[in-house]
Design a protein around this ligand. Structure first.
Ligand SMILES: NC(=O)c1ccc[n+]([C@@H]2O[C@H](COP(=O)([O-])OP(=O)(O)OC[C@H]3O[C@@H](n4cnc5c(N)ncnc54)[C@H](O)[C@@H]3O)[C@@H](O)[C@H]2O)c1
Length: 333
């Protein structure tokens, strides 16, 4: 038995990123995941066995009512965050919720209100705030070594096979929401207007590619590029950001990670940024992010690195992008 206090966590949503959470939590010494649930029970059972978790509950209501839990991690599909978030807060648990915080402003605001009322943490999964390169740029901006932001360009491209799964949610809310949050974080300004352009290869289908131009109060311009069009064999994260300021430029390059592996079957450029696996443990931004959440929950202090309001602000801009792409017009915010 450990002599250190451990945060008892329950996990709702045992899909692909739910498993990433479990693998990351396993490496955090002051966390213990003791219950999991999923609407597909076999997924919850499989992960409970794999990660040595005691309890599989029938549904999120039962999980959220477990008295031993201090916190709940919500990793359900994008439009299924509201129910578990509200239920966990109602039972006085701290909550981590994956991005996008919600798929409608109304849901996001209901979550904000519930977390204020419960006096519990509600922290959204804006991972880039915990990625070393993106965080170092923020530090340069805050210290004044980089001047006023003139423009930010962000790229976040994924293979077609991922599009087949994630086209259930508008592209911008699935991928570029990370960059929108980062742009809001870096500039500290509101977005004034949005112009977005989408291409769907299937007539009437969900977008395969998106470009968006955001104009910030104070004049800075943000440009987003994101797509589900990388060839399926692309085993790399095609992510980058360029921040142009009045006294310098910051270039973040996730694609050229500094590690290339050549094998007889081909080559790969593994993730060393977001959730690299080393000896079965998750390192990188995901571990930093979940460690920070768990520490805030254990110590009962509000997270300042990212807040629920940040999650709703990013969602508001994301939905304006959806609206502009749909109507072909400028959305004023
Ligand atoms: N931060 C990141 O970089 C990152 C990366 C991938 C996914 N995500 C986010 O994580 C979330 C989950 O994504 P995923 O890739 O794991 O999707 P997924 O489809 O693999 O898993 C979602 C799981 O939630 C379960 N589920 C849905 N509704 C439920 C409910 N009411 N109760 C219990 N279980 C329910 C589904 O059965 C499924 O197993 C999404 O919000 C996604 O955008 C974030």
């Amino acid at each position: 038995m450990s002599k250190f206090p451990k945060l008892q966590i329950g996990l709702v949503g045992c899909g692909s990123f739910g498993e990433s959470h479990l693998a990351a939590f396993k490496g955090i010494p002051y966390v213990q995941v003791t219950a999991v649930t999923d609407v597909v029970e076999s997924r919850a059972r499989n992960l409970a066995t794999k990660y040595g978790i005691d309890q599989v509950t029938r549904d999120y209501r039962e999980l959220c009512s477990l008295p031993q839990l201090d916190a709940v991690s919500v990793v359900t599909t994008e439009d299924q965050h509201l129910g578990p978030v509200l239920e966990a807060l109602r039972h006085g648990k701290h909550v981590f919720v994956e991005k996008p915080i919600a798929t409608s402003i109304e849901d996001g605001e209901r979550m904000l209100e519930a977390s204020r009322k419960a006096g519990r943490i509600l922290m959204p999964g804006h991972l880039l705030r915990f990625e070393a390169r993106y965080a170092l740029v923020k530090e340069q901006l805050t210290s004044g070594r980089l001047g006023q932001i003139v423009s930010i360009f962000a790229r976040r491209n994924r293979p077609k096979k991922q599009g087949k799964i994630y086209k259930r949610t508008p592209l911008v809310l699935e991928t570029a929401i990370h960059d929108i949050d980062t742009m809001l974080w870096y500039t500290g300004k509101k977005v004034k207007s949005v112009n977005a352009f989408e291409v769907a290869l299937e007539p009437g289908g969900m977008a395969d590619l998106l470009w968006a131009v955001l104009q910030f109060e104070g004049g800075a311009v943000g440009v987003l590029q994101t797509m589900w069009l990388l060839p399926d064999k692309t085993e790399a994260l095609d992510d980058a950001m360029q921040v142009v300021t009045t006294s310098g430029i910051a270039n973040v390059d996730i694609l050229h990670s500094g590690l290339t592996l050549w094998h007889e079957e081909g080559h790969e450029m593994p993730d060393v940024s977001y959730e690299p696996r080393i000896c079965g443990s998750v390192y990188g931004a995901l571990r930093e992010e979940l460690s920070y959440f768990a520490l805030c929950a254990l110590e009962g202090r509000a997270p300042v690195l990212v807040t629920a309001e940040d999650g709703v602000n990013a969602l508001r801009v994301g939905l304006a992008v959806v609206e502009s792409a749909r109507t072909g017009g400028t959305v004023m915010m």
